[in-house]
Each structure stands twice: as structure tokens, then as C-alpha cells.
Design a binder for this molecule. Structure first.
Ligand SMILES: [Zn+2]
Length: 174
């Protein structure tokens, strides 16, 4: 998929060119826009039984499939802050980050635009008996699933490949 613009957003020239999906250049006004990777976070919330908390996605892409809480890091925000904010927004719970896990690149297609991301994963816990307040536009439910081995992992209907890779890394480094 190629992210194309019809007009230069600065001078409205139709000569704006997509260079390998890495950047756009306008030969008429010199405008250059880099298609940089966006930073995103994913939070692997674990409990003492070795289960991982998943959200059931309430929207496209990958409606109905499982994902970890997370999302794009906002301007002037750390990845730790973004992790806490996303969990509060999506699940209504406060997390306690246990440790940094890993990062993986990902591709996120949304409304006819393809975003390249670098997803940063953390392991976190929530308080026992924490009450969820789900963000209904994003999350239709939550599930605690056993992720003790690769058989468990293969059975999960995960929305994104980066979540699979992060959980694979989690299992190999447990
Ligand atoms: Zn231009």
C-alpha cells in the first residue's frame, strides 16, 4: 500500500512525489514530509496465575480480535506515561509497570493510510480486584488468557502480529 497525496499540502502543486513510501517531496515549493515511524506502546498485564489480560477490539482494524491495551504515544509524552494513560482510557485501571520487555516494528492500516510504528512493550500488573471501566468505542470486553507456552499462544486470536511477537519474546524470556 502506498500513502499518496494528490496535492502538496503547502502549495497545492500536483507534482508532489512519494519516494518509496519514506517521504514526500514537492519539486515546486521544496516541501518535504518524512513518513517516520510512530512510537506506540503495548502493555502485557499479567496476574499471579500467569494469565495475560486481553482486550476484545470494538473497532476496525481487526474488529473482535484480541489485543493488548496500548496505542500511540502522544506529543511530549514518555512511553511509560503513554502506557499508563492508555490503560486508564481503555480499561479504567491504573497499572504498575514491572519491567520493559522489548520493541517490534509494526504496520497499522487505518482509514486508507498505512502507519509504520515501533511498538514498545512493557510488563505490568494491576491491583487485585481492580474494577474495569471499558472504553466502549475501543474495547467490547476483556479476557484473562493463559499464556504459559507456545500452544497457548497459537490458540489466541490476536489482532496484530507485533502482539504475537511480543508474547513470543515474553515466553522465551520468562
Ligand atoms: Zn509544494
Amino acid at each position: 500500500m502506498k500513502n499518496d497525496f494528490i496535492f502538496c499540502p503547502i502549495c497545492a502543486s500536483k507534482n508532489i512525489t512519494n519516494i518509496n513510501n519514506r517521504k514526500w517531496e514537492c519539486p515546486d515549493c521544496g516541501f518535504v514530509l518524512y513518513n517516520n515511524s510512530a512510537t506506540a506502546v503495548g502493555v502485557i498485564i499479567v496476574n499471579d496465575s500467569g494469565q495475560v489480560l486481553f482486550e476484545v477490539r470494538a473497532k476496525e482494524p481487526r474488529f473482535g480480535l484480541l489485543d493488548m491495551p496500548g496505542g500511540f504515544v502522544e506529543h511530549d509524552e514518555s512511553v511509560e506515561q503513554a502506557s499508563g494513560r492508555e490503560c486508564r482510557e481503555e480499561l479504567g485501571v491504573d497499572i504498575n509497570i514491572i519491567k520493559y520487555l522489548c520493541t517490534f516494528p509494526n504496520t497499522y492500516r487505518y482509514k486508507n493510510f498505512e502507519y509504520k510504528t515501533c511498538d514498545v512493550f512493557f510488563i505490568a500488573k494491576i491491583a487485585d480486584g481492580a474494577e474495569f471501566r471499558l472504553q466502549s468505542s475501543e474495547v467490547s470486553g476483556v479476557k484473562w488468557c493463559s499464556v504459559n507456552n507456545h500452544d497457548d499462544l497459537e490458540k489466541l486470536p490476536l489482532a496484530f502480529d507485533s502482539a504475537y511477537r511480543a508474547l513470543d519474546f515474553y515466553l522465551k524470556n520468562k
